[in-house]
Design a protein around this ligand. Structure first.
Ligand code: URA
Length: 178
């Protein structure tokens, strides 16, 4: 029961009327302390990505996670925890009713699409949430922060995915890249 170890529940930030939802995994230590999703290093990168898309992180997007409580020591959420929180996520998506969901990383993709296919295979191609809302799977910003041999290529791939999101929204694609 994560409610016994968390400090604050972490629900959402951004606009309830946004056309784009960014969906992450679970709060980390910074989010647990503040009660707001994506306020740590990964969140700063996420905001850079959103701004690079020509969108305002406060006005144009809605940001939330699959889990609403921090798993101890930032471990991966268990299938049980994901199942427990999912009705809240579904309710959030129903209320915001976005045109597009950006699923950040494996946990978001698994919970949304019910698939165990990894993010490396899934990213970059459109899927549908409950037959209705287009989902763009892409890498989680935390992954982009980790120095790997493929870091530069992964960043480029994420930018390609975000450009597809802009096209789907009928928005102009800025020339710059994150
Ligand atoms: N990683 C997430 O998936 N969500 C957050 O809110 C912060 C880091």
């Amino acid at each position: 029961m994560l409610a016994t170890t968390r400090t604050k529940t972490v629900f959402s930030r951004g606009s309830h009327t946004a056309k784009v939802v960014f969906l992450g995994e679970a709060p980390g230590a910074d989010e647990d302390a503040e009660g707001i999703p994506f306020v740590g290093r990964a969140g700063q990168l996420l905001d850079k990505m959103i701004t690079a898309m020509g969108l305002d992180p406060a006005e144009d997007v809605y940001v939330c996670n699959i889990l609403k409580c921090r798993p101890p020591a930032n471990r991966r959420p268990t299938p049980d925890e994901m199942e427990t929180c999912f009705p809240f996520v579904h309710e959030q998506l129903q209320l915001v009713n976005p045109d597009v969901i950006v699923a950040l990383g494996n946990t978001a993709v698994t919970a949304l699409l019910g698939t165990n296919i990894g993010i490396t295979k899934l990213r970059g191609s459109w899927k549908l949430y409950r037959g209705k809302i287009p989902v763009m799977p892409t890498y989680h910003p935390s992954y982009l922060l980790r120095p790997t041999e493929t870091q530069a290529e992964s960043k480029k791939q994420v930018w390609d995915d975000l450009k597809e999101v802009l096209k789907k929204l009928g928005r102009q694609v800025p020339v710059r890249k994150t």
